[in-house]
Design a protein around this ligand. Structure first.
Ligand code: FES
Length: 236
């Protein structure tokens, strides 16, 4: 048996190294493919939905909310979850100081935080006076009863949504825009649709800033069940 030369030994080492490199590259490719497969099987930890659901508003008694169920300038707080569970939104039928319906026109709302604007559709219903928006304060996330609507007859902040936590105020008659800080963002508006035939209301979309505390409007919670419905809650 002949003794290998120095060059032969170097050649063999180089071939072994190349084989090892090949195995590593193939391994990395398989791992990458496996990772993407696993990511597609396991839902993201945050949970959420891929698109906005269309949810008809229902009363706790199982009937759809009709216009007569909504009190003009209701001093009680009426909310419904949308687009996911545990995301409360105000449902308001707005009126003047005599509690007569006020038609809410489409408007453009400014976000003070970044000085951008977006469009908010007007009110819906037979008097175009019904509007909805996130009930999670855009300052630090307080929810009702801390954040609440003050009817036009109130002595403080009449006709405004006021957050008792730190004093932010929003104008529901004008797209839920910011009236006073410390919030630097309006309340995201719910785009409602109204079905004249059945006199019923549905939530279809959110416009404006992202719901406070969420990376997007469609993450951070679970879907509302049964699908197609969300139930209103009334509190003092
Ligand atoms: S959380 Fe509403 S004003 Fe601070």
């Amino acid at each position: 048996m002949s003794v290998p030369t120095r060059d032969e030994i170097k050649d063999k080492d180089r071939r072994n190294f190349m084989k090892l490199l090949g195995v590593m590259i193939i391994g990395a490719g398989v791992a990458g493919t496996l990772r993407s497969v696993v990511q597609n099987i396991i839902p993201p930890i945050e949970g959420g939905a891929s698109s906005f659901p269309i949810l008809t508003l229902y009363l706790p008694n199982g009937n759809p909310v009709s216009t007569d169920d909504l009190i003009v300038n209701n001093p009680q707080t009426v909310t419904f979850n949308f687009p996911l569970e545990n995301e409360p939104n105000f449902l308001l039928r707005l009126g003047d100081s005599n509690n007569k319906d006020v038609e809410i026109n489409p408007t453009e709302v400014r976000i003070p935080a970044n000085n951008t604007k977006y469009k908010v559709p007007g009110g819906v219903g037979p008097y175009k006076s019904v509007v909805a928006a996130s009930a999670i304060c855009q300052h630090l996330g307080c929810i009702p009863p801390e954040i609440h609507f003050n009817p036009p007859s109130s002595s403080s902040f009449p006709g405004k949504i006021h957050c008792d936590c730190h004093g932010s105020t929003y104008d529901p008659y004008s797209g839920f825009g910011v009236v006073t800080g410390p919030t630097q963002a309006p309340l995201p508006s719910v785009v409602l649709s109204y079905d004249e035939k059945s006199d019923s209301y549905s939530a279809t979309l959110l416009v404006g800033p992202t719901i406070y505390g969420h990376s997007s409007d469609l993450t951070g919670g679970s879907n509302i069940t049964p699908s197609g419905k969300t139930t209103v809650t009334t509190t003092q």
